[in-house]
Design a binder for this molecule. Structure first.
Ligand code: MN
Ligand code: MN
Length: 465
């Protein structure tokens, strides 16, 4: 395994290379943001607040009006995807520097006709979102976040289960005494997707002849508290997320246990890196906050949608540069800012140690993702790697190189290939996590800070080839 010598690639702890006080300050801010922002919509809302505090102005890519002055802009796409832009001195025809991260995270979504009653309990039918290990999501306290329209057509934003006086929600699991057959199943099959029904009520209506008095009671409560009827669920986006606040881990508090580090740790550090730029940059700098990465980057708010094109076209309209979106892309550079798997001390055999990331050893630079022969990978070029690593060294950013796990044992994708498809020179870079996609993921405060430094240096210094 790693010896941790000063000269060995991948072997140095980032803790010895960073400003620990600055890392601590950033960690406190970050944990406070993700404590409240647990959905893509909530993260985009908090990004708008943070950006506006830094002088960024909301802009509309579809409006015929000129862009707000000052060159600090934030474009929001349907509340779930945002593009934050700092205009540079050079024309856009020189290309732009992009850091793209995603703001959606694995969770349990409710179905559109969710409510039913069984065994004296009111329950919601659900369909999980993203790659979860289902057994991790049962028996833990869940909060309900999301959007639903009330009887009058007003949009309600629900946020239930986050304060100590709120109720939480819960998925039951069978007791070990009766779980023998379950225990003999494969882990991935032990809890079927249809067994992720969430308990939402228990106290029946006091009415004779009602065969589903708990269901009736839940509906009455919803009508009374929120003016919601059953039809409202058909037009809702409601998400069960862990009702857990971020916590520091270990006697020395160096790790953060939280829901949604994937990928809000990158989204927040990228955003902060852009907002903290003091001077007008040479090249235009963009932070792209994508939705839908966990289900393939599809949809009109995902990286595969053309919101980036729409924003660029608007910026070009307002500039003197005679160029096209495609020409801008071909001179642009991007980091696909997403998390990687850290070496897990309990599962070392799944990693090839020399090319695995260690939590706390700095930002992980990943040439390719994908699986089984690099299938579906962006596979960055040597030139791009050289360029980015030179920038990181120049800014004294701790980094390591890695791929996710041993060859042929699995894999995963990021938004990288959807950036590079556009002709943007792209590289994956983000922190290593433990327990990725679990209700509580672990990240290092040192890596959080390394990512911030890396994204800041990249936005300032990257140039097209
Ligand atoms: Mn991710
Ligand atoms: Mn993920």
């Amino acid at each position: 395994m790693k010896k941790g010598s000063e000269t060995e690639l991948n072997g140095r702890s980032a803790w010895n290379l960073i400003d620990r006080d600055a890392a601590e300050t950033l960690a406190t801010e970050y944990m406070s943001v993700i404590s409240d922002a647990k959905t893509e919509r909530e993260f985009v809302q908090s990004a708008v607040v943070v950006a506006q505090a830094a002088g960024y102005k909301p802009a509309d890519a579809l409006s015929a009006a000129a862009l707000p002055s000052g060159g600090k802009l934030i474009f929001v796409n349907r509340g779930k995807n945002a593009v934050v832009v700092r205009l540079g001195r050079k024309p856009m025809s020189d290309g732009v520097n992009i850091v793209a991260a995603h703001v959606d995270a694995p969770r349990i979504d409710i179905k559109q006709n969710p409510l039913f009653e069984s065994t004296g309990l009111g329950l919601f039918q659900t369909h999980y979102y993203g790659g979860i290990k289902k057994y991790q999501w049962v028996t833990i306290p869940l909060a309900l976040h999301g959007v639903i329209y009330d009887k009058n057509g007003s949009k309600l934003e629900l946020h239930i289960g986050e304060t100590p006086s709120d109720p939480v929600f819960n998925i039951s699991d069978i007791l070990p005494h009766l779980g023998q057959a379950q225990a003999e199943k494969k882990l991935g099959e032990a809890i079927p997707g249809e067994a992720l029904d969430v308990i939402v009520g228990h106290v029946p209506m006091d009415a004779d002849g009602d065969k589903t008095p708990v269901r009736t009671s839940v509906l009455r409560t919803l009508a009374k508290q929120f003016s919601i009827d059953e039809r409202a669920f058909a037009a809702s986006e409601l998400e069960f997320v862990p009702a857990m606040k971020p916590r520091e881990v270990g006697f020395d508090r160096g790790l953060m246990l939280a829901y949604g580090h994937d990928d809000r740790i990158c989204a927040y550090t990228a955003l902060r890196a852009l907002l903290d730029q003091k001077q007008v940059p040479e090249r235009t700098e963009i932070v792209f906050l994508a939705d839908k990465e966990e289900i393939g980057s599809d949809g009109d708010t995902g990286m595969q949608s053309e919101f980036l094109e729409l924003v660029l076209e608007k910026l070009l309209e307002d500039s003197v540069a005679a160029t096209t979106c495609r020409k801008v892309f071909w001179k642009s550079v991007a980091l696909s800012a997403d998390v990687d798997a850290g070496l897990d001390p309990n599962y070392l055999d799944l990693f090839e140690a020399a090319n695995a990331a260690t939590v706390g050893n700095g930002i992980v630079v990943t040439k390719f993702t994908g699986s089984r022969g690099k299938s579906s990978a962006n596979d960055a070029s040597a030139e791009t790697l050289h360029k980015v690593l030179t920038i990181l060294d120049g800014a004294h950013v701790p980094w390591q190189v890695a791929e996710m796990g041993k060859v042929d044992i699995g894999g995963g994708g990021t938004v990288a290939k959807f950036l590079s498809k556009r002709g943007i020179e792209t590289l994956d870079a983000g922190p290593a996590l433990l327990s990725m996609h679990a209700p509580g993921e672990l990240a290092s405060k040192a890596d959080l800070y390394a990512c911030y430094l890396a994204y800041k240096a990249f936005l300032e210094k990257a140039r097209a080839s």
